[in-house]
Design a protein around this ligand. Sequence first.
Ligand SMILES: [Fe+2]
Ligand SMILES: [Fe+2]
Length: 297
Amino acid sequence: MKLLVTSDLHLVRLWRSIVLTTLAQWVREVSPDALVVAGDVAVATEADTVLRELRRVFPDGPIIVALGNHDFWGGVAAGCRTLGATVERFWQVPAERYQVTLLDQDNFCSEELTFVGGYGHYDLGFAAPGLRYQGQMVTQEHYLRGRPPIENPLRWRDFDLMPGAAEVLSIAHGQVQGVRSRILAAGSQPIFVVLHTPPFEELLGVPDASLLDPESPPIRAFFRAYLGNRAMGEMLRLYSERIAGIVCGHTHRAAGPVDLGGFAGFNVGSDYGVPRGFVVDTKGSSMGISSITELMV
Ligand SMILES: [Fe+2]
Ligand SMILES: [Fe+2]
């Protein structure tokens, strides 16, 4: 099976046509058996438009999507209180209409692999330890509000736009439980895991936290806390002998492919208007993946 794997397409109006043009070109070049998108497709209010466009670009095969944090944006304004309510309100009907599998709800089974995944969220487990800004210690309270302890215009935008965003840790925990239950439902086939947020430090694609000066860190160091879900990785390790590979996105920084202890993982590394794509070939390998190759834009 030949997969075209991408992420963080952010198909909002500004970048939609340029990104879809690239995606269509890859589909022509590769003739994939399935299209896999690891989140941040667009925003919730654009769900119908963008799933229709993905189906237009890839008319015949399976389209397998894990949602990203941006894909829940717009839920708050529509009165959705949870991520699940946002999926039901915005994504579920278009997904059925255009025959797109939402991994946040269902696994996708092929002859060789079962695709399991979902959004993922962040559990603050990748936060840089001991940060101080102008002498003020960063505490969990700051992370749970999305703002550093100094006057700064930057805030992690999920806190304004994502339903229930103040419940950082319970969302993260719920995401781990959801993926775990879908792994348990997957039977005995090798699993290809598709998450938006990285579950392993090796997949963040950002410099090691130990390279930061905690007394004088750049402001971006604060936002490291929102890059991935460490507890998700710890859960996945329990099933490592069943995992063929893992793909994620979210940080807009490429990482891997890297051996994560018996299975390969990579972060796609697309950025706004600059998509990246990979061909993942699953033929001729007992563990599920024989090659991972980056596509040229
Ligand atoms: Fe993104
Ligand atoms: Fe994201």
